[in-house]
Design a protein around this ligand. Structure first.
Ligand code: GLU
Length: 285
């Protein structure tokens, strides 16, 4: 099947790299390793490195973690250019992007609950991948929308992307292809969705290289679709690096013991030793 959109891996030159932590707790060793890789890749190219606080999720972000995370990053040797930017200061940019999508007829209100989506998504529906939003609210009439609004349930906003085939060449993982569904760009609690904010920000900040954990590999085709529809330049390179795993092969979690920098220094390691171990864990020190 041919792709509607394919993004090749190209040389970012000296365009900035970035790290974009969400202030929802201490960074764990996996986050720190990803941050180190992103930083080192930018500095190896003599490029600026930007820090962006992704405090977009108002329910989970806490102010107290912002400084803690920045301090952890400094301790393992990262530096960045300029002041960190914060997504909570950038709502106007996200609103503008939504207005453009709206003007182009690409948005619609979705009143579905999670449970309804789960139920509907488990039924087979043609081309879309498993778990995809089945398009329940896509063709609601104005009267149906009015009825749902009157019931007091606030709508999320979704984009009309269903069925689009998007691919890209990831610098680490190789070729990735995905069929999109109608994904959320504004949640029903009013928060802007990650995919919208990250696309707007990476474009507005002129980011040339995105290095992040491979848990986000699946989000990139959605972002590429948004770059395209918003008329924004996508970063030249995406590199989704391996997640750090515990000894049991599972994603790093509290039960794996000392997984934060603080816990590591508590057991007698210096931040510099932690940094070396993190880099050695990928055999790239
Ligand atoms: N804020 C995201 C996280 O902490 C990272 C987003 C990104 O790098 O695009 O998982």
């Amino acid at each position: 099947m041919t792709l509607d959109l394919f993004h090749p891996d190209s040389d970012p030159g000296q365009a900035p790299g970035r790290y974009a932590p969400s202030p929802t707790g201490r960074l764990h060793l996996g986050n720190l390793r990803t941050a180190l890789l992103a930083w080192r890749s930018a500095r190896d190219r003599d490029a600026p490195f930007l820090m962006r606080i992704e405090d977009i999720d108002s329910g989970r972000s806490r102010e107290q973690w912002v400084e803690v995370q920045l301090d952890e990053l400094r301790q393992i040797g990262l530096d960045w250019d300029g002041e960190p930017v914060r997504q909570s200061d950038r709502h106007d940019l996200y609103r503008e992007a939504l207005a453009k999508l709206e003007a182009d007829g690409l948005l619609y209100e979705c009143f579905c609950t999670r449970a309804e989506i789960r139920e509907a998504a488990s039924a087979p529906h043609g081309e879309l991948p498993e778990g995809a939003y089945p398009g329940t609210c896509r063709e609601l009439t104005a009267a149906e929308r009015g009825e749902r609004r009157a019931s007091g349930r606030p709508p999320a906003l979704r984009v009309r992307a269903a069925g689009a085939r998007v691919g890209f060449e990831d610098h680490t993982c190789g070729r990735v292809e995905k069929t999109l569904d109608d994904f959320v760009v504004r949640r029903n609690d009013g928060d802007f969705a990650y995919n919208l904010a990250v696309t707007v920000d990476d474009a507005e900040q002129g980011v040339g290289e995105v290095v992040r954990g491979s848990d986000l590999l699946d989000t990139t085709p959605r972002q590429l679709w948004l770059y395209d529809r918003l008329g924004l330049a996508a970063p030249a390179r995406f590199s989704h690096v391996p997640l750090m795993l515990g000894e049991d092969g599972e994603r790093l979690a509290k039960r794996h013991g000392a997984i934060t920098l603080e816990e590591q220094t508590d057991v007698g390691k210096s931040p510099d030793e932690v940094r070396k171990e993190l880099l050695a864990s990928l055999e790239i020190a």
